[in-house]
Structure formats: C-alpha cells, structure tokens
Design a protein around this ligand. Sequence first.
Ligand SMILES: [Fe+2]
Length: 181
Amino acid sequence: MKTCCLPKEIIELLFSPSHTEAMDWLLKNIQTLKTALSQVQAQVPPNAYSRKVLFQDERGEILLMQWSANTFCSPHDHAKAAGFVLFLEGEFIERDYEFRQTLTLRGQRRVLSPSIFPFERNRIHDMACQQKGLSLHIYTPAISGMKVYDPAERRTLEVSDSSGAWVPKDPKEIHRIEYWP
Ligand SMILES: [Fe+2]
C-alpha cells in the first residue's frame, strides 16, 4: 500500500461505493484539497503530464497529474479501471476514440476547471491542457496493463504500470506490441 498527504477520511470517501457522494464532496471542497495537495506539486512534467501516485491499495489508486501547456498525451485506455477525474486547474481538451483495427476520433470536448466527470471501463481517450494544469484521478481498481495507441507507427503498446500515457522511451516499459493491419 502506498499513501501520502490525503487524510484517511478523504481516501475512504473517494473509494466509497457512491461515486456521486464522492464527486459532490470533491467539487465543494476544492480549496481544502488543493491545500492538502500543495506539498506534492511542483514536479516538472517530462511528457504531457507528470504522474504522482498519492495512494494505492487493493481497491484502487489516486493519482495527481500536473500538465504541460498544449501537449496531448497519447490515446490510451485504463485497463480494467473505471473511476473519475477532478480537474483542479486549467482548461482541457478531451478527445474520445474508438479502436477497430485502427483508431478513429469520435468527438472532443472542452473541460474547464473546476469540474469532475466519471469515466467507464473500455474508454479510449487523450487529453491536453491549454495552460499548465492539475488534475486528480481516482481509479478502481488500480490501472494495470494500460494500452497506449500509437497512430504514427500504427501499433498498440501495453505499457508498464509506472508509465503514463505516452510511448515509453525505455523499451523495458513496453510489455507488448501489437501492430494494426
Ligand atoms: Fe486517461
């Protein structure tokens, strides 16, 4: 189990069966949350975002992501995880995809902070923040075996659990490659 900076009662709430209650609480307590998170910020994003695992146990994981300006992450799924994303700072673009032998864009939307949305399993998306941004991600279960889609090379990569949504520079972080027809 990994834990950091968030009070136990907030973690319990975030993993409670009622996502609605957790999401309501988050939106009403943005400032409290930002204060609690301020001690773990200020990482320089090496890619579209930096990812910091704040908490992880058998129920799932809580990640803080700090975003570079105007850099899309790679399209990706979330393995077997569902959950929700809280946008704390910044204005985001989210694009939604479908994969059937190739990757097809289905739509996109603009997301202003603060806001929150749940996402279901099997969703493929990418995101970018128009300025520097901050988002909190709650996944149940923890993401393991995430697929990253690489349209330039027409391939799907299964990446290591410590990797984010980008094509890893270190080949050891790529566990499997599947080329598209
Ligand atoms: Fe995602």
